[in-house]
Design a protein around this ligand. Structure first.
Ligand code: IMP
Length: 193
């Protein structure tokens, strides 16, 4: 059964493809001929994930799922949240986003934060949502060179290392996206056609 992952991020596709097995043929946006940018104008992660998934279903007629992730910092009342990728405005960049985050956090002793991923799935007429959360704290400087986004300043609960110091496998085991993808895969694998 064909299902589209509404992303062109090859790493994300490969990760899910490997876990899904042969029951589903996973295709990217490019593979269904969708080359335009998907609308993402909601003000919550759920709204954005569903907006992207519904767009693909409506315009290309394929079952699909889309993800949206945000970093939610307690002292900043949940910011940058849904705006994580464009926190410091244009041009978008991890360095600028991290710089702004550390600046805003400079007077806060409460460093609690969490990454949250929402996956919106559309199968035929039905819609489903899956969520994954990784709790942790924001450091006052960058540590580590791996990962992407806010990884060098995020230390997950129970670890002495930041996400940027973990291997991809280690990060996937405990990360927001890893957990959301796991729930999605469990659901899809148990589903009867
Ligand atoms: P997206 O919804 O996966 O495109 O993520 C939106 C933004 O959240 C990204 O541009 C990053 O700034 C941030 N982000 C998402 N996932 C991660 C992660 O695993 N580590 C660090 N930052 C992330």
């Amino acid at each position: 059964m064909k299902i589209c992952f509404a992303t062109n991020n090859k790493k994300k596709i490969e990760e899910v493809k490997a876990a899904l097995g042969p029951k589903y043929t996973l295709v990217s946006l490019e593979e269904i001929g969708c080359n335009e940018e998907l609308p993402e104008t909601g003000d919550t992660l759920d709204a954005n994930a569903f907006q992207k998934a519904r767009y693909v279903k409506e315009h290309y007629g394929v079952d699909c799922f889309a993800d949206d992730t945000g970093l939610e910092v307690e002292a900043l009342h949940g910011a940058p949240g849904v705006y994580s990728g464009r926190f410091a405005g244009e041009p978008r960049g991890d360095e600028r986003n991290i710089g702004l985050l550390l600046e805003k956090m400079s007077n806060h002793s409460n460093r609690k934060a969490r990454f949250r991923t929402v996956i919106a799935l559309i199968l035929g007429e039905k819609e489903y949502a899956f969520e994954g959360v990784a709790e942790g704290e924001i450091l006052d400087k960058k540590v580590g060179y791996g990962g992407f986004g806010y990884d060098p300043v995020f230390r997950p609960v129970g670890f002495e290392k930041t996400f940027a110091e973990l291997t991809l496998e280690e990060k996937n085991q405990i990360s927001h996206r890893g957990k959301a993808v796991k729930s999605l895969i469990e659901f899809l694998s148990q589903r009867k056609f």
